[in-house]
Design a protein around this ligand. Structure first.
Ligand SMILES: C[S@@+](CC[C@H](N)C(=O)[O-])C[C@H]1O[C@@H](n2cnc3c(N)ncnc32)[C@H](O)[C@@H]1O
Length: 264
């Protein structure tokens, strides 16, 4: 009798565990938040511990070993391959990258600001399209990311076009005019933490950094989403907005970019 009870308990625990594992697997397969949680929190932390290095260092390593020095396309390809096949990372990626390329080419900017450098992927995408003498300032508050981006941008051969400004966007934006000799910005790529999109847009206006025709392009306005920013620019007569539906980098999850042209 007792043995039957023990057997029943063991079978129930076994079946329960399998069901929990299947549910977790299905969640990770079909839910973007679960997938990112699994990749960024579980897998990445374990890999970092085992390899004693960060994912961003691994991205730098793959670029150092595999990319052709001085060739931005090969650096971008290398990062896209690594992040789509091995470890997900928050670069704008190849699909939305094409939208970014198109808007940069149309704008043909002389002075560009990027908010959120990370490993330098989008900085490379933008800088490779800039005309001679045009420049890109890119802001990053994480010192490790800033230093890795510097190396990757150097491998791409674009260091003369890109300046990484280390610090918080909210501290650096007010210094752009005096310290970095920016009169106005032709193009701004917003790709830092999403809750900063709206306040930093207001700050750019307050600091007199936008001129009639300045273009703001914001990534991830659907996933994870930037509702305050969308509310601000879409309900504002000073901006003319266009949405570019796409997918989250390296995933089949709906996302979009928002272009907001400043009308002055
Ligand atoms: C999505 S990643 C940028 C990806 C990069 N634009 C690309 O596509 O290759 C966001 C980056 O913004 C940085 N960041 C977030 N909030 C910031 C802030 N307020 N000021 C400066 N950097 C910030 C984070 O450390 C992170 O590296």
């Amino acid at each position: 009798m007792l043995e039957n009870w023990i057997l029943t308990i063991l079978v129930s625990v076994g079946v329960g565990s399998i069901l929990v594992l299947v549910a977790a697997f299905m969640l990770v397969k079909h839910n973007a938040y679960a997938k990112i949680f699994w990749n960024e929190i579980v897998l990445e932390k374990i890999t970092n511990f085992v390899m004693d290095q960060s994912k961003e260092q691994r991205i730098l390593n793959t670029v150092s070993y595999n990319a052709v020095k001085g060739d931005p396309e090969s650096v971008m390809k290398c990062i896209d391959k690594y992040c789509s096949q091995y470890e997900w990372a928050m670069n704008v990626g190849d699909e939305k990258g094409l939208i970014l390329d198109k808007i940069v080419e149309e704008a043909d900017p002389s002075v560009v600001l990027e908010l959120g450098t990370y490993c330098g992927y989008s900085a490379i995408r933008i800088a490779r399209l800039l005309k001679p003498k045009a420049r890109l300032l890119t802001i990053e508050f994480n010192p490790e990311f800033a230093s890795i981006a510097k190396e990757i941008i150097d491998i791409a051969g674009l260091s003369d076009k890109v300046t990484i400004l280390e610090g918080h966007s909210e501290d650096i934006i007010p210094q752009l005019k005096k310290k970095y000799e920016v009169e106005t910005l032709d193009f701004v790529f917003l790709d830092h933490w999403k809750e900063r999109y709206a306040p930093d847009t207001v700050l750019l206006e307050e600091c007199g950094l936008l001129r009639k025709g300045s273009i703001l392009l914001a990534d991830n306005v659907v996933f994870p989403g930037a509702p305050e920013f969308l509310k601000y620019v879409r309900n504002n007569q000073r901006f003319e907005c266009t949405s570019y539906p796409s997918h989250l980098e390296y995933m089949q999850v709906e996302d979009a970019m928002e272009k907001a042209v400043y009308l002055g």
